[in-house]
Design a protein around this ligand. Structure first.
Ligand SMILES: Nc1ncnc2c1ncn2[C@@H]1O[C@H](COP(=O)(O)OP(=O)(O)OP(=O)(O)O)[C@@H](O)[C@H]1O
Length: 259
C-alpha cells in the first residue's frame, strides 16, 4: 500500500511556458517528503504532475518520465483516472462536499470510482478511514450530519479520510494546514506521521518548522526570476537541508534570508 516515485528529467508546461525544469527525484515508499521553496518556484505544479492532475488544465502537459514503482504513469495507454485512484490528493482548503453527510463524504471517492459496495462493507470502510484519519472518536455519533458542520481541522481530516477510503498508494498534500489553526495543524501533523507507516506522503508547505517536524526528506525548489522555470536545487534528508545544506540558495532560504 505504498509506492516509490521516481521522476526522470521531468519538465512541466503551461502551454509554451515551462514552469518546472528537468526534475530528477527519487521518493521512497513509506516516507514523508516535503517540497519547500519561494512562491512561484513550481512546488504545486510539480506535485500535481504526480497524479496527472496537472494535465486537466487546457494546454498543460509534461515531458519526461514519472515512475510509480517502476511503471511510467505517463506511459501509453495509462488511464489518468486509475492513476488518481492510486495517488490521492488533499488540498489547501478543506473541501468536503457541503450537501453530503460525514459518512457520504468518506464514501464519495469510492462512488466516483464506480465501486458498488454493500452497506456492511461501506460501514467498515467509513470506520476504518475515519480511524485512519484520527477522526472517528469525534464523529462516530454524528455520521449522518453534514460534513460542512465540522471545524476546519476536522473537515481537513475528513478529506484525508475520503482520500484513504479509496486505498491509495501515495497521498499528496498541498499546504494542507495553511487554513488551519495551530491545534488543528498539530492534529494533521500527527496524522501525517501515522500515514507514512502505510503510504508514501508528499507535502508542499510554506512552513519550514512544519517541514522540519513532519518530513524525512526535503526538496528545495527555486526560481531564477519571473518567467524562468522552477528547478529542484537540493534534495536530501530533512536534517541535512536544515542544518547542513550543500547549496548556498538552500541555506539562504532555510535561514530566512529570502523567500
Ligand atoms: N494555471 C496556470 N496557468 C499558467 N501558469 C501557471 C498556472 N498555475 C501556475 N502557473 C505558473 O507556474 C509557475 C509555478 O507556480 P506554482 O503555483 O506551481 O508555484 P508554487 O511554488 O507552488 O507557488 P506558491 O508557493 O505561491 O503556491 C508560476 O510562474 C505560476 O505563475
Amino acid at each position: 500500500m505504498s509506492k516509490r516515485i521516481d521522476a526522470i528529467d521531468l519538465n512541466v508546461y503551461y502551454g509554451k511556458f515551462r514552469a518546472v525544469e528537468d526534475v530528477n527525484i527519487n521518493i521512497d515508499p513509506k516516507s514523508v517528503t516535503a517540497f519547500i521553496g519561494p512562491s512561484g518556484c513550481g512546488k504545486t505544479t510539480f506535485l500535481r504532475t504526480l497524479n496527472r492532475m496537472h494535465e486537466v488544465l487546457p494546454g498543460a502537459h509534461v515531458d519526461g518520465k514519472l515512475l510509480l514503482d517502476g511503471d511510467d504513469i505517463y506511459g501509453p495507454g495509462v488511464d489518468p483516472v486509475s492513476v488518481r485512484s492510486m495517488v490521492g490528493m488533499v488540498f489547501q482548503r478543506p473541501n468536503p462536499f457541503p450537501t453530503m453527510s460525514i459518512r457520504e463524504n468518506v464514501l464519495a471517492g469510492l462512488k466516483l470510482n464506480g465501486k458498488r459496495i454493500s452497506k456492511g462493507d461501506a460501514d467498515a470502510v467509513v470506520e476504518k478511514s475515519l480511524r485512519g484519519a484520527n477522526l472517528w472518536k469525534e464523529v462516530k455519533d454524528r455520521l449522518d450530519k453534514p460534513g460542512s458542520g465540522l471545524s476546519g481541522g476536522q473537515q481537513q481530516r475528513l478529506c484525508i479520510a475520503r482520500t484513504i477510503a479509496v486505498e491509495p498508494e501515495v497521498i499528496l498534500m498541498d499546504e494542507p494546514c495553511s487554513a488551519l489553526d495551530p491545534i488543528s495543524t498539530l492534529a494533521v501533523e500527527d496524522l501525517i506521521a501515522e500515514l507514512k507507516e502505510q503510504y508514501t506522503v508528499v507535502i508542499v508547505t510554506h512552513n519550514m518548522q512544519q517541514a522540519a517536524r513532519v518530513s524525512d526528506k526535503t526538496a528545495f525548489f527555486n526560481i531564477a526570476g519571473t518567467g524562468k522555470p522552477g528547478k529542484l536545487i537540493e534534495y536530501a534528508e530533512t536534517s541535512q537541508i536544515f542544518n547542513n545544506p550543500q547549496e548556498k540558495a538552500t541555506e539562504d532560504y532555510v535561514s530566512g534570508r529570502f523567500g
